[in-house]
Each structure stands twice: as C-alpha cells, then as structure tokens.
Design a protein around this ligand. Structure first.
Ligand code: IFM
Length: 398
C-alpha cells in the first residue's frame, strides 16, 4: 500500500545519540582502554568525541528548535558506577540535568541504560559471562532508576544482537582471529536474562514507565530456494532477541540495510552474499536500501506478535546531505506503508543527531548536525531542518 500517512497524535519525532559516541573523555570504559591500547585496531580513538558531555544543552536546543520532539541518549554506566558498587551521585545529577533540559525544551527523553560501552571493572569480572551478570546489570538499572522518575521511555540494552556477534575486542589479539564465527547462544541468553531482570526492576521502581530494548534489524532476505538457511542464519542473530520482547512495553527497531542469505563456498555452505560490483553504497560500505525500514518493522511486528514499536535508529552515513534526505524520505515512506498496513509505530528517532564517533572512526558521518573536530562548533545541516518540517507537518512522505 502506498500513500501519504499521517502519524497518530503523540508520535515522537526525534534523533538519537549514545554516550560513548558523543560525550568525549569516557576514560573509565573498556572501549577507551582498547582505543588507546598499543595494539589498538581502530583507526582513531574517541577522544573528546563531540564534547556533548558539556555541550548537551546546545544539542538538545538545536533538536528542539528544528521542531523535533524527542531525544534518545544513553547514560554511561562507567560514569555512574565507576567501580563496582560505587555510585557517583555527581554523574547521576549530570544525567538528571539532561532529562530536565529536555523537559524545559518540550523534548521527550528516551533514555538508554546501556549502549555498547562497559565499565572496565565489568570486563575484569567476566562481563556478560559472569554467573551473576543479570543481577549486576539489574542493580545498575536500580541505581539509574533514581533519576528516571518522570521518564516514560527507557531502553535497557541497545542492539544486544550486535553485541553478541561483535563481541571481539578492538585490540589485536595477535592470533589473527578476533571475531567469533557464530553468535554464542549462551551469551545471548545471559544478555536476555539481564534485560528481563532490569525490566522487572524498572517496573517496580517506576510505575507507568515503558521499558524495552532495541534490536538491529538486518532484513534477512533469501536467495530463492535458500529460505530455510536464511531462517537458520537469522535465528541467533535477530529473531531470538525479538522473541524476548514479546512481554515488553515496546521494542526499538533499528534499521539501515538488508542482508541476502544464499550459497557460499565455506564449510557451512550458506551465508551473506557479496553485493555485485557497482552496488550503490553508503560511507559505511552498506548497500543504499531505504526500503529496509519497512521490512524491519513488518518482521519485528510478526515475530513479536504485535508489540508496539519505535524506530529508535535509522539513517545513513553520507557526506552529501541531499542523499541523507533522499534516503530518509524513502525510509519514512516505507514506514508509512507498514503503518497503513497495521504496524503500530510510536515514534521515529533518526540516527544520528550529530556527526559522532562511529566505533573506531569519525569518518562515517551519520549526523543531522556537523561538528567541528577541534572547536566542537555545531553546524545544522539542511536535513535537520527538513526532518523538523516533517515532524511539524505530521505527514509521512508517500
Ligand atoms: O553508530 C551505531 C550505533 O551505535 C548503533 N546502531 C548502528 C549505528 C550506526 O552504525
């Protein structure tokens, strides 16, 4: 179905960031330790990032001024609990100030508790693999809940499915092997247990809160005849995590691309297909495929059995801002079609508000706002004004 769809009242229009990617000086994380390790494999470290730790009032004001109504950001566990069991009340106050800044500017805060970065002590005690990892994460959720009293939308964990497949360190191990070949179901179950434990704590502490997690949707498509292999590939990379959300208040849908599964020459005999020469790609090397968002929403809706959804990330790494607008136009049209066909979508949060640290490099620019790497001056791009206009009008491109 195609046509112009009007979003329901209360639909959130916004943009997203994550602490490690924008704050700067995130020195107590394992990410920082790895980025500055003598055998670091990243092309550049996060450093001062966008200095949003200090400049968040300007960031939120730019978002609000453009007409957007929601800001998704993450709070940094390594700052809030710098050593296991040690709570930094000053850092909690910092994040509380961010929430209050949102409120003062008429912006709905969507708060992520964990977005990829870990305190150093967490890795030292065994990470998700430690037998009590769910309890330790739930305790962090309890600490965080003290500043979330009036926050409606809370995300426990960002992209657990990517965390499991990308669980290698960014330090060269010297073995030539860093990435796990297969997602580890025991790791997936441990992270799911942490999500459920944290959700329970948040519901106990914050009546009325809506809790969910966000899943990176890869839009797995099959070469004709390879559907069974596609399903097998997909289960521990995506569907397991969608199933875990069936009792949640909402689920975050994060979409950028698709992955086609078919025959390969390795021992397994199937897997992701190479894109043909000449495929239109983005700055991250991903295929330019705005329709992915519609597929991601429909698949999430089907697997969860109708859990309300929020697009918590969607965007493109592009140096040409017109391309960002074109991509997002296509993605919003696909979202509108999915909504017209019955998908319950509560918001669209673009990735990202700022040109930020893309886990190893600042080169793939996803932002609606450019950031000078030395002065940190913010320069809104036309796409920010454009998306704000869509938000004000409330109608999706058809
Ligand atoms: O930058 C990341 C983000 O941290 C998680 N989702 C995908 C984005 C783009 O790669």
């Amino acid at each position: 179905m195609t046509g112009t769809v009007t979003v329901p009242a209360g639909f959130l229009w916004g943009a997203a960031t994550a602490a490690h990617q924008v704050e700067g000086g995130n020195v107590n994380t394992t990410n920082w330790a790895d980025e500055y390790h003598p055998r670091a494999t990243v092309s550049e470290p996060s450093g001062d990032a966008c200095d949003s730790y200090h400049r968040y009032p300007e960031d939120i004001a730019l978002l609000a001024g453009a007409g957007l109504t929601a800001y998704r950001f993450s709070i940094e566990w390594a700052r809030i609990e710098p050593e296991e069991g040690v709570v930094s009340h000053a850092q909690l106050a910092h994040y509380r100030n961010m929430i209050e800044t949102c409120r003062q500017l008429g912006v709905e805060p969507v708060v992520t508790l964990h977005h990829f970065s870990f305190p150093r002590w967490w890795r030292a005690r065994g990470g998700w693999g430690a037998p009590d990892s769910a309890a330790v994460f739930a305790n962090y959720a309890r600490i965080a809940s003290s500043i979330l009293t009036d926050v409606t939308w809370v995300i426990t964990i960002n992209e657990p499915n990517m965390m499991v497949v990308n669980s290698e360190s960014t330090v060269d191990t010297g073995t030539g092997v860093n990435a796990p070949d297969e997602p580890d179901p025991s790791l997936a179950r441990a992270i799911a247990a942490a999500h459920h434990a944290a959700t329970e704590v948040l519901h106990e502490q914050l009546p009325g809160v809506k809790v969910g997690w966000t899943i990176a949707n890869q839009v797995y498509q099959a070469v004709p005849g390879w559907e069974a292999q596609r399903d097998a590939w997909q289960y521990w990379r995506e569907d397991f995590y969608l199933e875990q959300a069936r009792e949640d208040d909402f689920i975050g849908v994060q979409s950028y691309l698709r992955t086609v599964i078919g025959p390969t020459e390795d021992a397994r005999g199937y897997g992701p297909q190479e894109w043909p020469e000449g495929t239109d790609r983005t700055l991250t090397g991903w295929e330019y495929y705005p329709e992915a968002l519609g597929h991601a929403l429909r698949h999430t809706w089907d697997v969860t059995g109708g859990v309300p959804m929020m697009v918590t990330e969607n965007g493109i790494a592009a140096s040409d801002d017109e391309r960002r607008i074109a991509y997002t136009t296509g993605a919003l049209a696909a979202m509108g079609d999915a909504m017209a066909d019955g998908c319950d979508v509560r918001g669209y949060l673009h990735w990202s508000l700022l040109d930020n640290y893309e886990w190893g490099s600042f080169a793939p620019t996803f932002g609606l706002i450019a950031v000078d790497r030395r002065t940190f001056e913010r320069t809104p791009k036309p796409s920010l004004v454009w998306l704000g206009g869509i938000a004000r009008g409330g109608a999706l491109p058809g």
